[in-house]
Design a protein around this ligand. Structure first.
Ligand code: WTA
Length: 634
């Protein structure tokens, strides 16, 4: 909380061009926003009516704080809306997905082709006995099959649980066990930065520790040859050729509140939280936010450069764009490999109109310099987006100038795995302030509270809260209603959602997100928990204890620093340090490797034995450690 008042609002205002205003769905944000808050249920009702329902809902909101149900009594399936309904329109032969592999391979799917693949794979899943409500873990890289598998699960009412392909053995094992998935879909490997990540090998290791998995389906991507267990493992392409993979499968008429997916995310404790989303509300939220914030039109090529394994990929590569009948580009691999202009080349090649990425990626591009984007014709771009962490004003301006060529508004979208869809974001017609994520999205009642739950005056930092439920919000933490309530609805009561971020608002009502209040670190936009990192560190035989903190980092937003206490008699050495780092890579994933390790003799703790990461962080940054006597009482 000590970082509350350190940011100053940017005074510069960037107004949208006439072109943008002419083409935008939202003309008058203020008016529509007021309506969406004053007539909140009516607004969501009108929005939900833009989708197809098998049976119309009885009630818009059924609220038993902190648990909200939306569109109860309604029957809907997100896949019917994202796919099936388009094949009866002019979109049948329109491209749904364009995919670029890191090795230059390209594949495209029309809506009809994607529909067929999804039907076929849904039948494959059924042939393995997968039924409505069953969990399917998907551990795949950014390839079209990840979309096909997710949609196939949703089509038959099964619950997908995607695990980011950058995670490793223990992270995968924990997620399989928590979801109790009997089936795992993976690939032989994944390409990243010219290297092959051996996903099947990692999956095999994870299953040894999570023997609930009975069936493994393996997509061939790298074709480098993997070991297959004939009693358990099947190749995806072979299954798709069998008669069971017929090209029609009825879409399950799921209830609006039936679970759609679980996506695990980091929080304060080591155990990741299984964030649960449902068919109805999530469809409504991702549909309308993609439409209004990105102004997606049928002629657009839309590119969200995230990985489908994170919420950004779920909501804004797959569901949101497809619900709008858009053409969504998926790009495998590292951004600046083999050359720093890979992304700019892709924008030119596919005539990308809307481009959505993270501040870390923009900072990476900035480091290579504007000569790289300047080699390409980026004139197709109309709207840019940013997500995952605060974007520094100077990075915003670089993005605006060198990628958007000073005519593309930047949608700095603030939201979370838990929110399903955007919560605070500009819309294209809103004048922009660099470093600000704009104003609350329609229907979202956002505020900033002080310690006592009073709304903060402008320029004063506080807790970011949402005061009304919204359709795409998570329904609970999978199998843990208590943790849901405690984490998000205890500080200010059952009606107030505590987001976990600090923020402030300027005099014009623009929000500025400042940082997390919990032990979550955003590293290159990836969400990691200090407790998860620490658990991975202490799996190393030489380590007795550890504490991890986030430190501001020029490129990655934050870097990870770990303080490590070695077991008695163990010699400190550089090679041991490297070994501990690599061990984190093997257990949790390369993204979680500490950037720095410092060997220490002890860690500061409260009397009850809790590690005081705040003290370590304060020391590291050379700022006041605060009143330690009160911390001791924790
Ligand atoms: C941070 C990612 C500032 C924030 C969609 C949030 C942001 C967490 C922004 C959620 C933004 C996300 N500006 N901070 N535009 N977007 N964050 O669940 O701390 O991976 O709480 O969802 O990322 O991370 P998650």
């Amino acid at each position: 909380m000590d970082t509350f008042d350190t940011l100053t609002s940017e005074k510069e205002l960037f107004s949208p061009s006439k072109e943008i205003i002419k083409n935008s769905y939202i003309e008058d944000y203020d008016k529509l926003y007021q309506y969406s808050i004053n007539e909140n249920e009516k607004f969501w009702d009108e929005t939900a009516r833009q989708l197809d329902w098998f049976k119309h809902y009885d009630k818009v909101l059924d609220y038993n704080p902190p648990f909200a149900k939306w569109f109860t009594g309604g029957k809907i399936n997100i896949v019917h809306n994202a796919l099936d309904r388009h094949i009866h329109t002019f979109r049948k032969n329109k491209l749904a997905i364009i995919w670029e592999g890191e090795d230059g391979k390209e594949r495209t799917y029309t809506y009809f082709a994607l529909y067929r693949q999804v039907n076929k794979f849904a039948n494959v899943l059924k042939s393995f006995g997968v039924k409505k409500g069953d969990r399917v873990t998907i551990y795949l890289p950014n390839i079209p099959e990840i979309a096909i598998c997710m949609l196939a699960c949703a089509k038959i009412g099964a619950i997908h649980s995607v695990v980011y392909a950058g995670f490793s053995v223990d992270a995968l094992k924990d997620r399989i066990l928590d979801a109790k998935s009997k089936i795992l879909i993976t690939s032989d490997g994944a390409y990243r930065g010219g290297k092959i990540i051996e996903l099947k090998k990692i999956a095999d290791e994870a299953i040894k520790k999570a023997p609930v998995v009975q069936t493994v389906i393996v997509v061939k991507r790298t074709e480098h040859g993997v070991s297959m267990d004939s009693s358990r493992d099947f190749y995806y392409d072979e299954l798709m050729k069998l008669p069971i993979a017929s090209s029609y499968c009825k879409t399950e008429e799921t209830d609006a509140e039936d679970p759609l997916f679980i996506l695990y995310t980091s929080g304060t404790t080591g155990q990741p939280k299984g964030i649960l989303h449902v068919h109805g509300g999530y469809a409504v939220g991702t549909y309308i936010s993609s439409k209004y914030v990105f102004d997606i039109k049928d002629s657009d090529t839309y590119w969200c450069a995230a990985d489908p394994g994170w919420i950004t990929g779920h909501s804004y590569i797959i569901y949101g764009p497809l619900l709008n009948g858009a053409t969504s580009l998926m790009v495998e691999g590292a951004p600046f490999y083999p050359y720093p202009d890979r992304w700019w080349k892709i924008i030119e090649k596919h005539g990308v109109n809307i481009f959505y990425t993270s501040p870390t990626a923009v900072r990476g591009a900035m480091r290579y310099g504007e000569a790289w984007p300047n080699r390409h014709n980026l004139s197709s771009l109309r709207i840019l987006g940013s997500v995952g962490e605060p974007i520094n004003p100077e990075v915003w301006k670089w993005y605006y100038k060198h990628i958007g060529k000073e005519h593309c508004p930047i949608m700095d979208t603030w939201w979370q795995t838990e929110s399903g869809a955007f919560l605070i974001t500009p819309v294209p017609t809103m004048p922009l302030k660099p470093g600000s994520c704009g104003k609350p999205f329609l229907g979202i009642d956002a505020d900033i509270f002080d310690e006592n739950g009073n709304s903060c005056e402008s320029e004063k930092g506080g807790y970011l809260v949402i005061k009304k439920p919204w359709p795409s919000m998570m329904r609970t933490i999978y199998n843990d209603d208590k943790r849901y309530e405690e984490t998000y609805f205890s500080k200010f009561g059952k009606n107030i959602y505590l987001a976990g971020d600090t923020a402030k608002r300027d005099i014009d009502g623009y929000f500025y997100v400042m940082g997390r209040i919990d032990d979550v670190i955003k590293v290159s936009g990836y969400r990691l928990g200090t407790a998860e990192i620490e658990s991975a560190i202490i799996t190393h035989a030489a380590v007795a204890e550890s504490a991890a903190i986030g430190k501001p980092h020029e490129l990655k937003g934050n870097s990870i620093k770990a303080f490590v206490v070695l077991k008695p008699g163990i010699e400190k050495s550089d090679s041991l340090m490297e070994d501990i780092r690599n061990n984190v890579g093997t257990h949790l994933g390369p993204i979680a490797k500490p950037d720095e390790i410092e060997f220490v003799d002890s860690l500061p703790k409260t009397r009850s034995g809790k590690i005081m990461r705040r003290v370590l962080k304060a020391r590291e940054m050379g700022i006041s450690e605060g009143d330690l006597s009160t911390i001791e009482e924790d």
